[in-house]
Design a protein around this ligand. Structure first.
Ligand code: Q9C
Ligand code: ZN
Length: 345
């Protein structure tokens, strides 16, 4: 099994975020990918660089005006502030915006969900490198490999067609799913299984009306956990996508066994969908040691989840999402991946 990683991703170094009304250090640090990289190398994975990714490659999922904004926001922002600082919006067009604003402080709120997703000088370049890892992984499956691991950072599942949020800018898993769905000529069904402890509102949004890409997510109840406004069980898809979106919210103090029961339900739904490919949004922020994620799961539970998912025997791309505890993160990732075949069969 190959791991795809780009060191361009390390350029993204968010300085801080505002959460709970306080300025805090940002948990999405480059040491996350460094820890995972070391562990996958030790586990014998071949690490390869992604092929480069152009704006056309991300247009399958993201809007032109949003890509343009991401590419230019930092420069516009530093042009109006005296101290160079990351772009963090302060005003949001909630509920009934009447028109799209034209200048940077308002645009920042137009294109972002929260105050936790700063845009720095190199954020766009790093996000493109992260997307490139996922797209390269999708190409590997299209050329017949059984599985691949995209070591993506920044993560992607909170980012929608035209917004960032939750530390995410480009939706890596959605980009991979879109490529897998259309890449083999005729359209093929793709299932996305999201195991990050937060609901992937962006991925859900992107495929909400699709009958070709099904989104299935296990996450903490959004009544008490980010992203708060999405991720409820009654969100089941719309139009042709009706019935193909499955949210399995769990209480924040869920036990390992109950989480694995939810995984069984998720996998049963995926089997009924009969996808040609599986994309796993693997967040390990549900680990007990992780202070960003709300669950308290054991590393052994990630291993069991990996075994259950690998048991589907679908061509599978595992895409890294969250996971912030630098001590336990890499162990949870390699535990999950250990059940996938080491070599193409
Ligand atoms: N006090 C991902 O895992 N809010 N994003 C945390 C904690 C943001 C995390 C607040 C959580 C988003 C990809
Ligand atoms: Zn998360």
């Amino acid at each position: 099994m190959k791991a795809i990683y780009s060191d361009r991703q390390d350029l993204h170094r968010p300085r801080y975020q505002f959460a709970g009304g306080r300025r805090r250090r940002h948990p999405d640090v480059p040491e996350r990918t460094a820890a995972i990289l070391e562990a996958v190398q030790e586990a014998g994975f071949e690490v390869v660089a992604p092929r480069s990714c152009a704006p056309e490659d991300v247009r399958a999922v993201h809007a032109d005006d949003y890509l343009n904004y991401l590419a230019n926001a930092y420069e516009a922002w530093t042009g109006i502030t005296t101290v160079a600082a990351d772009v963090i919006p302060g005003t949001f067009p909630v509920r009934e915006p009447t028109r799209m604003p034209g200048d940077i402080p308002r645009l920042a709120g137009w294109y972002c969900l929260d105050t936790e997703t700063p845009i720095g000088r190199d954020t766009f370049e790093a996000a493109m490198a992260s997307a490139a890892c996922a797209l390269t992984g999708a190409d590997m499956l299209l050329s017949g490999e059984c599985c691949a691991y995209a070591l993506c950072r920044p993560p992607g599942h909170h980012a929608g067609r035209d917004y960032c949020g939750g530390y995410c800018y480009l939706n890596n898993a959605a980009l991979a799913a879109a490529r897998l769905s259309t890449g083999a000529g005729a359209t093929q069904r793709v299932a996305i299984l999201d195991l990050d402890a937060h609901h992937g509102n962006g991925t859900q949004d992107i495929f909400y009306k699709s009958d070709q890409v099904s989104y299935v997510s296990i996450h903490a109840d959004p009544n008490a956990t980010y992203p708060y406004f999405w991720g409820y069980a009654e969100e089941t898809g719309a139009g042709p996508g009706s019935g193909f979106n499955l949210n399995l919210p769990l209480p924040r103090d869920v036990r390992d066994a109950a989480c694995l029961d939810a995984v069984e339900l998720a996998l049963a739904a995926i089997e009924r969908f009969e996808p040609a490919f599986l994309v796993v949004s693997l967040g390990t922020d549900g680990a007990a040691e992780d202070r960003v994620g709300p669950f308290a799961l054991k590393a052994a539970t990630f291993e069991t989840m990996g075994r259950l998912v690998a048991g589907l025997r679908k061509p599978s791309l595992v895409v890294q999402e969250g996971g912030y505890d630098l001590e336990s993160l890499a162990g949870c990732v390699t535990a999950f991946l250990s059940a996938f075949p080491a070599e193409a069969e």
